[in-house]
Design a protein around this ligand. Structure first.
Ligand SMILES: C[S@@+](CC[C@H](N)C(=O)[O-])C[C@H]1O[C@@H](n2cnc3c(N)ncnc32)[C@H](O)[C@@H]1O
Length: 263
């Protein structure tokens, strides 16, 4: 059973997405990909969700392809094009399917250049597939020699097992219990984030919104996690070089990685 990310992204887009947040998402996307030219490059965004990275890359002149398992995300990304005036009328190619599914991987190969994509980007996704290692392997296989693999994955922490239990309970529970979990944990997460970061938890990065993030954190199942060293080891064993690893702001957040595939 999987959390309905598409529904959460639809509600986030309808009620919380603003031009200011789109600008913030763009700034953080460019920071993560700093030094990598985008104009004319092929970019695959796996698990594009609300589509902010996918649409930012397209608006910067990249040749994009998106993939997400949740069909609602396809509708959301179409609607969110309005925030990107230079591509508002363009069709953004998306493949609805799982990165674990061989047929989906084949379709993604066919949609991109024969040698693979210049950049494969997947932020906060591969740990939600139910088989993180296989998902990493499938995503990495789509990078061309000399290309980049940009990935963000949940960090390993002593509380990760507790989070796993909370998320499992959420997806197994009726709607009323799901709401109680979200509203009950909201203040706990708010104070924990304040204590750990010393910053206002409502001030978010990447154009996100605290409430919809809490829904995602409480319900986002399947859920796996790995330390920075574990991810470097997994992706390194596929021949990639780690150019950058940025630790999560909070210990259970997502570590960000920039890997390069040898030529
Ligand atoms: C936490 S959201 C991240 C969205 C976006 N990448 C971002 O940075 O905000 C995870 C996304 O991964 C998608 N997803 C989950 N499992 C997937 C799978 N097996 N294949 C492709 N996408 C998947 C979900 O539908 C959801 O949109």
């Amino acid at each position: 059973m999987q959390f309905d990310f598409g529904q959460n992204w639809a509600e986030f887009s309808d009620h919380a997405l603003t031009s200011e947040r789109v600008g913030q998402a763009r700034t953080d996307f460019l920071r993560l990909l700093e030094g990598i030219p985008m104009l004319g490059r092929s970019i695959l965004d796996i698990g594009f969700g609300q589509g902010l990275s996918l649409l930012t890359a397209a608006s910067l002149g990249a040749k994009v392809v998106g993939c997400d398992i949740n069909p609602k995300c396809g509708d959301v990304v179409r609607r969110n094009r309005k925030f990107f005036p230079n591509i508002a009328d363009s069709e953004i190619p998306v493949v609805i399917g799982s990165i674990l599914d061989e047929a989906t991987v084949r379709t993604l190969q066919e949609q991109g250049p024969a040698s693979g994509y210049d950049i494969v980007h997947s932020w906060g996704v591969l740990h939600h597939t139910g088989d993180m290692r296989q998902a990493i392997a499938n995503a990495a296989s789509l990078v061309k020699p000399g290309g980049y693999f940009v990935v963000a994955l949940y960090n390993r922490h002593w509380s990760s097992q507790l989070w796993l239990a909370v998320k499992w309970l959420y997806v197994k529970s009726p709607r009323i219990v799901q709401k109680l979990l979200v509203y009950g944990l909201y203040p706990v997460i708010w104070f924990a984030k304040l204590l750990v970061t010393g910053a206002n938890p409502w001030r978010k990065e990447r154009g996100m919104d605290f409430f919809y993030d809490v829904v995602d954190w409480v319900g986002g199942y399947p859920y796996e996690y790995a330390s920075i060293d574990e991810v470097k080891e997994i992706v390194g064993s596929m021949g990639f070089e780690c150019l950058r690893a940025v630790a999560a702001q909070v210990p259970t957040g997502c570590n960000e990685f920039l890997f390069k595939k040898p030529v």
